[in-house]
Design a protein around this ligand. Structure first.
Ligand SMILES: C[S@@+](CC[C@H](N)C(=O)[O-])C[C@H]1O[C@@H](n2cnc3c(N)ncnc32)[C@H](O)[C@@H]1O
Length: 433
């Protein structure tokens, strides 16, 4: 397919996504199924165009004066890909499979894509209804934070020390030109190509041998800061597919006992294969069994309980740009209610003198600091560990992380702009002995 034909396809996918109000991934998959002539390179390029357009949806609409898919894609080419009006006109030339030629109005707008008069939520490309919440967290920096959340995320890997020596793993992946993480000693960062495509890491022998996992550096840091100690008793209450369970096992050097639970058995399913591949031997998966209390024997016994809570995912907008526009006030209310309930449940398992780590991939105080304050009000035997102490778990880069992150009495907030990671909130609470 020509670059112009890919552009037409991206416009078509965005129209389908709007018309049927469905996730971008589903619309892209259907497009691929009904256009079998398109190769994998074409499909990846079209996905890149669609996701980049979603990243800059509000600012592209402002520049073009229209919410139509065509306008959004053209505006994105100017704002995100840095194409000038002439270059865009050469793509949209009305040729076979190409978008129709630019109108006079489009030419004028693309010649001067000006955002100076746009409101903050347009410049920062986030939903208007979230402005007050984000501004509450970031103050004057809210637009810059939104801009960083509207960029592409790199591909981060975590070296699994249970399977590989860091130096040897780096050497095995040298052809991908990985860069070290800024804070996590185990992170390898792989840049995407100009169209936003990542190399197929899961086909790498080092990945197949379990020497690396795909995991954002922010997620890696959250697990390190929770500080699971080798030989201790640890519960991962919302373990999902086990991203943090696997890292906990490595940080514990397979020593002690790690219990992994999730209320949704389907989410836990991939964990079993991942544990085997990663060489993890100290995890007991406690799957839900109807109404049975499968964790009752752990009550009051855990040295550390991790709550990696379900959340709105506002910190992951770089990776899920369509989620940014799909999140609704009702979903935020639902998530905060779930978080409060899970935290209430989690405290039962923490032994006197033990710790509770609360993590979300959200940037909203409603899901972060406010939840911690509510927990302390209800359970006064819990108190937050000061962030300056929490970062010591990281070793040499700890102070730099504390300086880069947004810190509060309740914990640390990471963000693409501040720490170059996905947005994460991490609070560590100690229970009185
Ligand atoms: C952010 S995800 C966990 C991601 C995982 N820890 C990782 O690192 O890959 C949140 C998980 O919480 C689970 N969850 C939701 N409500 C729960 C509850 N009441 N108890 C336990 N898990 C719950 C969801 O099924 C979901 O898998």
């Amino acid at each position: 397919m020509t670059p112009a034909a890919r552009l037409s396809a991206a416009i078509e996918v965005l129209a389908d996504l709007n018309a049927r109000r469905r996730p971008a991934g589903d619309a892209l998959k259907d497009w691929g199924l009904s256009h079998r002539f398109a190769g994998s390179g074409d499909r990846a390029a079209i996905a890149g165009l669609v996701y980049d357009t979603l990243r800059r949806r509000a600012s592209a609409a402002h520049v073009m004066g229209s919410e139509e898919p065509r306008a959004l894609v053209l505006g994105m080419l100017a704002l995100m890909r840095g194409l000038d009006m002439e270059a865009i006109a050469m793509l949209a030339d009305g040729g076979r499979f190409a978008p129709s030629p630019l109108s006079e109005d489009e030419r004028a707008r693309l010649a001067d894509p000006d955002l100076s008069t746009a409101p903050p939520f347009v410049r920062g490309d986030y939903p208007q209804w979230l402005h007050a919440s984000l501004r509450h967290v970031f103050g004057e920096e809210v637009v810059a934070e939104g801009e960083a959340l509207a960029t592409r995320a790199p591909l981060d890997l975590r070296i699994n020390t249970l399977k590989g020596e860091p130096e040897a793993v780096r050497a095995a992946l040298a052809h991908l030109h990985p860069e070290p993480g800024r804070f996590s000693p185990l992170a390898l960062r792989i840049r995407l190509d100009s169209e936003g495509k990542a190399p197929p890491v899961s086909a790498e022998p080092a990945f197949i041998r379990g020497e690396v996992e795909v995991q954002d550096e922010g997620s890696q840091l959250a697990a390190i800061l929770a500080r699971p100690v080798p030989g201790s008793q640890v519960l991962d209450l919302c373990a999902g597919a086990g991203g943090k369970t696997l890292e906990f096992a490595a940080l514990m050097d397979n020593k002690g006992q790690l219990y992994a639970h999730d209320s949704d058995i389907r989410r836990l399913k991939p964990m079993h294969e991942r544990l085997a591949r990663a060489g993890v031997r100290n995890v007991q998966v406690r799957s839900p069994r109807g109404a049975e209390d499968v964790l009752h024997d752990l009550e009051g016994r855990m040295d550390l309980v991790l709550v990696d809570a379900p959340c709105t995912g506002t910190g992951t907008w770089r990776r899920n740009p369509d989620a940014k526009w799909r999140v609704r006030p009702g979903a935020l209310a639902q998530r905060t209610a779930e978080q409060a309930k899970i935290l209430d449940e989690a405290v039962r398992y923490v032994r006197p003198g033990g710790r509770l780590a609360y993590v979300t991939c959200s940037l909203l105080d409603e899901e972060n600091g406010a939840q911690v304050r509510a927990l302390i009000a209800k359970h006064p035997d819990f108190s937050p560990v000061p962030p300056a102490e929490t970062v010591l778990a990281l070793g040499a880069t700890g102070p730099a992380l504390a300086a880069a992150a947004l810190t509060s009495r309740e914990g640390l907030t990471l963000s693409p702009r501040r720490t170059g990671t996905d947005g994460f909130f991490i609070s560590v609470l100690r229970r009185a002995p």
